[in-house]
Structures are given as structure tokens and as C-alpha cells.
Design a protein around this ligand. Structure first.
Ligand code: FPP
Length: 237
């Protein structure tokens, strides 16, 4: 079983358009599979689930779609926070929050505070997140430490940067899932996906059900993870 699953929930807009509906109807329908994935991961003992809800590039979408998505996040958190808390889910948000409305920022903080002590499953929601933004922020933090004299440039190693990334302290994703037919990483967790098993499926996110998740898990079970080692070394590990 993967300990950490990361998902790009793609295909909401196309799902709605196929039905002659507005794109935001697809985002709304996408909440169903979010609930399913959270419940399944909690039940299966997955430790971390990271969902790409809004990328740094998504700000360039039509203003109406962005506004509707922000309303959807707000409503979903208002409605689901207590339930997530009751299920023992710790919710955290990764990404640049500064462009979000103050109301939404407050809601994110409240949800994090409410669920902070929970241990069943960590749900990371990427909002205003970009992999390059993440690495740039980490580089800035490391540079500040150097400038203050707390760190020498020669002491910087991979762990130094990793500690400053949004997923600091968490294990990297074991399994990445992208729905909607595209086979790209789209500036998701660029650093942390280095050795992740990548699973792509054509299913549009609103149609991603438990059977689809089980197919992704079966794919993961069939992979031999080598982390750069030979077959024999990996087996011996
Ligand atoms: C990509 O589909 C999906 C998004 C940009 C938004 C995903 C958000 C949700 C499913 C809501 C989640 C809410 C919470 C609180 C976790 P797309 O619009 O790019 O689809 P397309 O490729 O068909 O256009």
C-alpha cells in the first residue's frame, strides 16, 4: 500500500462540457471523488493524500471560473471541516496563500487549527501551488540562512532544501495519479515526485470512483521500486 498518494484531479471542465453544462458544474461534481478518495485512504491506512486543487497557473483562467472555484473551496471547507475532523483527518494547505481572499485564508487557517491533532490521515490540499514556486521559496529560505551566517554554502545538501519544501517532514509520494488523459506533471510536486510511480488514466475526475482508485492501487502493487538500484539490489533491500 502506498503511504503517500498525490493526485492531479483533471477533467472537470470537459466532464461538464460533455453534458452541456458550465465548467464550474464539473468542479462541483469533482467533490464527490474527493470525498471517496479521503474515505478510501483513511480506510486503507494511507498516511498522506495530496490533492492538486488549484495551481499557480490556474490564476490565469477566466475570472468567473476562478471566482467560482474559490467559492467552491470556501463552501466545501465550511461544510466538510467538522466531518473531516470527526474522521481523524488532519487537513493542511500547501501553496502561496497571499493571493487568496482574506476570508478564504482565514478559513484555511481555521481548518488547519481545528484538525491539527488528528492522526488518521493527513490531507494536503494544494491551492495556489506550483512546484517551481515551492523550490524557489525553499532556495530563498536557504539563502536567508546563509546570509544570517547560520549556514555555509558548502553545507547545503539535498536534505537542506527538502526541509524547506512544502512537504517538509513528510515522505515523498509513492504513487501519483493523474486523471483526464493528459500525461504530464504540470508543475506539481517537482522535487518530491523524483522516484514516485506515475499512473495516468483517461477517466475524467468526476467519474473517478472506488473501482478506479483500486485499479491505480493494483498498478502500484505491480511495480518494483528500485530508487536507482539494480533489480537484485532492490529485491535484497
Ligand atoms: C482540473 O480540471 C481541476 C481543477 C482546476 C479544480 C479541481 C478542484 C476540485 C475537484 C475541488 C476540490 C475541492 C477541495 C476543497 C479539495 P480542469 O478544469 O482542468 O478540467 P479540463 O482539463 O477538463 O478543463
Amino acid at each position: 500500500m502506498p503511504r503517500h498518494i498525490a493526485i492531479i484531479m483533471d477533467g472537470n471542465g470537459r466532464w461538464a462540457q460533455k453534458r452541456g453544462q458550465m465548467r464550474h458544474a464539473g468542479h462541483k461534481a469533482g467533490l464527490g471523488p474527493v470525498r471517496m478518495a479521503v474515505e478510501a485512504c483513511a480506510e486503507l491506512g494511507v498516511e498522506v493524500l495530496t490533492l492538486f486543487a488549484f495551481s499557480s497557473e490556474n490564476w490565469q483562467r477566466p475570472i468567473e471560473e476562478v471566482g467560482r472555484l474559490m467559492d467552491l473551496f470556501m463552501e466545501a471547507l465550511e461544510r466538510e471541516a467538522a466531518e473531516l475532523n470527526a474522521k481523524g483527518v488532519r487537513v493542511r494547505f500547501i501553496g502561496d496563500r497571499r493571493s487568496l481572499s482574506v476570508r478564504l485564508q482565514t478559513r484555511l487557517n481555521e481548518t488547519e487549527d481545528l484538525t491539527r491533532a488528528n492522526q488518521k490521515l493527513q490531507l494536503l490540499i494544494a491551492v495556489g501551488y506550483g512546484g517551481r514556486w515551492d523550490i524557489t521559496e525553499a532556495a530563498r529560505a536557504v539563502a536567508r540562512r546563509c546570509a544570517s551566517g547560520a549556514l555555509q554554502a558548502d553545507e547545503i545538501d539535498e536534505a537542506t532544501l527538502q526541509e524547506e519544501l512544502a512537504l517538509s517532514g513528510l515522505q515523498d509520494p509513492d504513487l501519483f495519479i493523474r486523471t483526464g488523459g493528459e500525461q504530464r506533471i504540470s508543475n506539481f510536486l517537482l522535487w518530491n515526485l523524483a522516484y514516485t510511480e506515475l499512473y495516468f488514466c483517461d477517466t475524467l475526475w468526476p467519474d473517478f470512483d472506488r473501482a478506479e482508485l483500486d485499479r491505480a492501487l493494483a498498478f502500484f502493487t505491480g511495480r518494483q521500486r528500485r530508487f536507482g538500484l539494480t533489480d537484485a539490489q532492490a529485491v535484497a533491500r
